[in-house]
Design a protein around this ligand. Structure first.
Ligand code: SAH
Length: 298
């Protein structure tokens, strides 16, 4: 409601000039000396938020991560300096401490600093650590959430992270601890038992160990699993497998990071909801969970 009027979202056609609506929004000023911690989403630039686009257009310096796609960086102000801060070509990655120190240094030099991270900065992205370092140093910051790979990336593969007939809970898990080890200190029995759908980030290299832990703790070896690589990008690819064969199939297919992994019956919905596949001519299956036939039988 605005000025007492109900605004219908279903109206058509769009009023003249509606496409310019974004420029009428009261987007915040990006002030010198500030750091904006911004999520770039999983890759497709169309998934940038308006705040992210605004930040890209106004920043003096963009400090970006390995997972930020070139297509997104093209929106940066041509006068902006682009600074890469991730792992590349097997070289050791800069220490988190050094990245935070660099953000502080740039902000103190009076720059508008855009810290651009893949997905959402606060989801397995160490954005919280960077924000705390800024607070410690007395640097003002703003957080712009992004579409996280574990939701949006799966959506691009036609997999809803929740579905009423499958799960009322979902658990997001990192497959990689800070030191690179399997996260054994996680409560795997509870995760296996309590969460019908599990979404794994950074888990390809430990998939064998993780699937074994889940099966040992009661998950079915034939439970559906999907891996979505380069989700939302033009080279997105999807591997459908089962918990028992996932690790072998990944090796056989030479399926590499970055990939998001989802375990659970929501994967079955892909047969009916692979909208990207449908654009390329794939026939979608109606009622992939066979819910209607089950209901009919009752
Ligand atoms: N902050 C990010 C996650 C960073 S952890 C987010 O919210 O999405 C890095 C992991 O995220 C990768 O190892 C992979 O598991 C996942 N990921 C991020 N972008 C991805 C993409 N485009 N395709 C597939 N997986 C992706």
């Amino acid at each position: 409601m605005k000025d007492g009027k109900v605004i219908s979202l279903g109206r058509s056609p769009a009023p003249e000039g509606a496409v310019e609506a974004a420029s009428c929004l009261a987007l915040p000023d990006f002030e010198p000396g500030w750091v904006w911690l911004v999520g770039a989403g999983p890759g497709d630039p169309g998934l940038l938020t308006l705040h992210a686009l605004n930040a890209l257009r106004k920043a003096d310096v963009v400090v970006y991560d390995a997972l930020v796609d070139e297509a997104v960086l093209q929106f940066a102000n041509p006068r902006a300096t682009l600074e890469y801060s991730g792992k590349r070509g097997g070289k050791p990655s800069p220490k988190q401490r050094d990245i935070s120190a660099r953000l502080v240094e740039l902000a103190r030099a009076g720059k508008r600093v855009l810290r651009l991270k893949g997905g959402d900065p606060f989801v397995f992205g160490r954005g919280g650590e960077e924000a705390l370092a800024l607070v410690d140093a007395g640097i003002p910051f703003r957080l712009v959430p992004g579409v996280t790979a574990g939701i949006g990336g799966l959506g691009y593969a036609g997999i809803p992270v929740t579905h009423r007939d499958v799960n009322h809970a979902v658990t997001f898990v990192t497959g990689h601890m800070a030191g690179g080890a399997v996260p054994e200190n996680l409560d795997w029995p509870s995760i296996a038992k309590g969460s019908p759908v599990i979404v794994l980030y950074m888990a390809i290299s430990h998939l064998d160990a993780i699937s074994k832990l889940l099966i040992e703790n009661g998950r079915r070896a034939d439970e559906p699993v999907a891996l979505v690589r380069n989700a939302t990008l033009k080279n997105q690819s999807v591997l459908e497998t089962t918990l028992g064969s996932a690790a072998d199939d990944v090796t056989r297919a030479d399926f590499k990071a970055p990939a998001i992994i989802v375990i659970g019956d929501v994967v079955k919905l892909r047969e009916g909801l692979d909208w990207l596949g449908a654009l390329e001519g794939r026939i979608l299956k109606r009622d992939p969970l066979s819910v209607r036939s089950r209901q009919d039988a009752v």
